[in-house]
Write a protein that binds this ligand. Sequence first.
Ligand code: 13P
Ligand code: SF4
Length: 347
Amino acid sequence: STEELEQFVWDVKKSLGKRLFIPGHHYQKDEVIQFADARGDSLQLAQLCEQNEEAEYIVFCGVHFMAETADILTTKNQKVFLPDMRAGCSMADMADIHQTERAWEQLTKLFGSTILPLTYVNSTAAIKSFVGKNEGATVTSSNAEKMVKWAFEQKERILFLPDQHLGRNTAYNLGVPLEKMAVWDPIKEELLYEGPIEEIKVILWKGHCSVHENFTVQNVAQVREQYPDMRIIVHPECRREVVELADEAGSTKYIIDAIEKAEKGTSWAIGTEMNLVKRLIKENPDKHIISLNPHMCPCLTMNRIDLPHLAWCLDSIVQTGTHNQITVTEFDAQNARQALAKMLEHV
Ligand code: 13P
Ligand code: SF4
């Protein structure tokens, strides 16, 4: 029963104490997040894993790329687990290393050494390694502006992987006009751009988050009509047009902070993943909060981490099993660590 599973998890946590660390991303379900030793956005969780020296077992309640990042940032003796191996990220899957290497070959033919790769942390360890090898860095939605600014201090132009929307929204906020942004289509292996290529400042990988693409201009119009006083706050993984029309945009941490410090009685439409929106509704009964898309938008892969999988994973750890352990090869980890270190230095 649920009660038995919950009791089991509490018991394991108690018996392992500080030997076990459970980071939980804000998009995790309540049935899982209740056991998290720390909740955070992807940047905070990466930092906490890097700083944690005492945990032997890190059970990552989030998605695969986050667990990989945790493995890269921790020592050899610390083991990282993902309670369900199917908890991937559709965005991270939109850039594979072979496509990236082929794209890089073509882009460096066109632009020589004037281009620097940046990757959103929502990418595989192999992509982070590729970026590190080519002097680039990772970014998260909390520090994308800082990192893109940094990148432009190094080189004339950037390749931003794999989320075109975060890349476009960030570069736009820093003053890069949309006319200077091209899109790389990894399927057709071509650069989508009209105009002289010397003008290009940003090359956006044609990837997106299937959850955040569900927030539309129509949703915004509907909210504006129905609730004229409502503030609209969205995650920067949303399309440019939606971010443009919203009142604010920021990472999951940014959204939580904005809602928590908002005055009583204010009303908010939020454009991000369903579990977080539901939690904010529950934890802020003094504010009127809705999802920007009335159908709510769950991240199906985040939701694969549930109580039974968490309990099963802990049971396997107690039996000293290595099921669902996430290990990044030292070959990838070395360069990926450099890409991550450049980011962690700047925040
Ligand atoms: P943040 O936690 O950085 O806001 O990212 C959201 C997300 O989509 C994680 O997969
Ligand atoms: Fe990936 Fe989007 Fe889910 Fe985040 S919300 S894990 S970017 S699919």
